[in-house]
Design a protein around this ligand. Structure first.
Ligand code: GAP
Length: 526
């Protein structure tokens, strides 16, 4: 698995993702999508929308406002309970999610080095660390702060450091068994921190309406349930899909675009008859699990995890996470929850407007149950980026290649002139670019030698390069053959096809039929 630093560096170098406000020193946890990043993310969202809305009879779309009536958040329960427990370091002042802090401490450099010293099996090895590396790595660890006192402690008759529990060891070196992952200082008692990002609408602070930037797109769907039902005349089961920004005042954003305070969700609220909800839940889990693999996520890198009852959100009867093996480990990509009739009932109660469905068969009004596949557009984009990353050795050189599915690739075709000083080659290449661009995002590039141009396109995941050479346009020695070379990104194989056949051939290639095309036109050379 590639490490995240390589992804961050490639993203910046090739224009996928930049640090937000970088020229001002950057804003932690906010990221901007560059020229290729915006294409990739748009492709993720387009495929999600196409597959979940356009290709289904039982779905419609919605685009609700980010700011909503403040009562929405009372009704949804977010104001009362959308919070994470956090803890702060009493020494360096850093904050952590209380449920993540233990893992962060275990992964910290200071703890790992101290654990090595502990593993040597004597207190003198620990004392050496405290007086040496500890000063730099964990300056606020109690034993480091008072290294002289600690080094004179009498450990005789005391079990050796590897013979005591981890929590006892922490108390010995840090005074408490909950220590700061950054500096080794003492952590405060955990308390809840609301994740809601407050804002006010109106020019005068005193009279402005206080509200929140939505923490999930879902509520825009619930409050529009009746509008959509009346306008679309859909019958149960049916779903409403929405893609849009959401905001959370995360305590510990990080891991590149994985956890940020501003992000984009792709959510479906699928309304069904009570009693059919379990069946629909399973169907959506299967569908969404397949979706990622359909667009290239390798099956060993994706898995399902059912929530334990004690981790379910306040509205959920059941939830299955789709997890991806990100560089930092298995983490949530999408959650598929059974939200029951909780939200429609809450909004009916708080707004006084019935949110019901009239069932023609039983002639009764019912409150539908809801299955919610809720994906992150940024996390999906990151997963597709990470999964596509490959390093290979080609002719004793490292080749970095992003093996995107052709539907996801930011650029679909690059047209490359073999000689940029030959006017006929350049003119033909530019004309081809203009023609292909009508169907696929195509770029023209003549700014380097052909080998470098291929590597550049490999590194941004362009599935096909089309090369125009002397044979294509002819010269004094030979007439034009009016053929071009197409190179496949993944195999680096090449075929030579007539310009007149280029579009139908490209259509086959975009559909993944390289082998068929190669058989028809013959492999040129590799
Ligand atoms: N409406 C349900 C809901 O919002 P969630 O599990 O909190 O459920 C759904 O969020 C998805 O939104 C997550 O699986 C993730 O992909 C994305 N997401 C949530 N918080 C995020 C954050 N801070 N940064 C980036 N993506 C986030």
């Amino acid at each position: 698995m590639v490490d995240m630093d390589k992804i961050v560096s490639l993203s910046k170098r090739r224009g996928f993702i930049f640090q937000s406000s970088e020229i001002y020193g950057g804003l932690g946890s906010a990221w901007d999508y560059g020229p290729l990043g915006v294409e990739l993310k748009n492709n993720v969202k387009r495929l999600w929308w196409r597959d979940n809305v356009h290709l289904r009879d039982d779905m419609v779309g919605l685009d609700a406002a980010i700011t909503m009536h403040p009562k929405v958040w009372e009704a949804s329960g977010h104001l009362a309970s959308f919070a994470d427990p956090f803890t702060g370091c009493l020494d360096c002042g850093r904050h952590y999610r209380a449920d993540h802090v233990e893992e962060a401490r275990k992964n910290s450099k200071w703890w790992q080095k101290l654990t090595e010293a502990r593993g040597k099996g004597t207190w003198s090895a620990v004392i050496n660390w405290v007086k040496g590396d500890g000063k730099k790595l964990a300056p606020n660890l109690a034993s480091v702060k008072q290294a002289e006192v600690f080094s004179k402690r009498d450990f005789s008759g005391h079990p050796e450091p590897h013979q005591i529990s981890e929590s006892e060891f922490m108390k010995q070196v840090g005074g408490v068994d909950s220590l700061c992952p950054s500096c080794g200082g003492k952590l405060s008692e955990p308390r809840p921190a609301s994740l809601m990002l407050e804002t006010s609408l109106g020019p005068v602070q005193e009279t402005a309406t206080k509200t929140y930037l939505r923490p999930e797109t879902a509520q825009g769907i619930f409050v529009n349930f009746d509008n959509v039902l009346q306008a679309s005349r859909k019958k149960l089961p049916f779903g409403i899909a929405q893609i849009g920004k959401a905001f959370r005042n995360e305590i510990t954003p990080g891991n590149f675009t994985f956890r940020t305070r501003e992000f984009e969700q792709m959510e479906i609220e699928y309304f069904c008859m009570p009693g059919t909800d379990e069946e629909w839940h399973q169907k959506w889990v299967d569908e969404r699990f397949q979706w990622y693999q359909r667009y290239g996520i390798q099956k060993d890198n994706i898995r399902q995890r059912r929530h334990e009852p004690d981790e379910l959100a306040h509205y959920a009867k059941g939830c299955v996470d789709i997890e991806y093996l990100f560089p930092m480990g298995w983490s949530e990509l999408e959650g598929i929850a059974n939200r029951t009739d909780y939200d429609l009932r809450q909004h009916s109660q708080f707004s006084g407007k019935a949110l019901e469905y009239f069932d023609e068969e039983s002639k009764q009004k019912i409150v539908p149950y809801v299955i919610e596949p809720s994906a992150g557009a940024d996390r999906s984009t990151l997963a597709f980026l990470v999964d596509s990353y490959h390093e290979e050795e080609v002719r004793e050189e490292k080749r970095v290649v992003l093996k995107f599915h052709s539907e996801l690739a930011p650029l679909k075709i690059a047209v490359l002139p073999l000689l940029k000083k030959n006017d006929r080659i350049v003119e033909t290449a530019k004309q081809l670019t203009a023609n292909l661009r009508q169907r696929w995002y195509t770029v023209y590039d003549d700014t380097a030698s052909i080998g470098r141009l291929y590597r550049r396109q490999d590194e941004v995941g362009t599935p096909f390069c089309v090369t125009v050479d002397v044979q294509t346009v002819g010269d004094d020695k030979a007439p034009a053959d009016e053929k071009v070379t197409i190179r496949d990104r993944d195999t680096m194989e090449q075929v030579r096809v007539s310009i007149s056949a280029l579009e139908p051939v490209m259509e086959k290639l975009m559909a993944g039929k390289w082998a068929e095309v190669a058989q028809e036109h013959g492999i040129k050379r590799t």
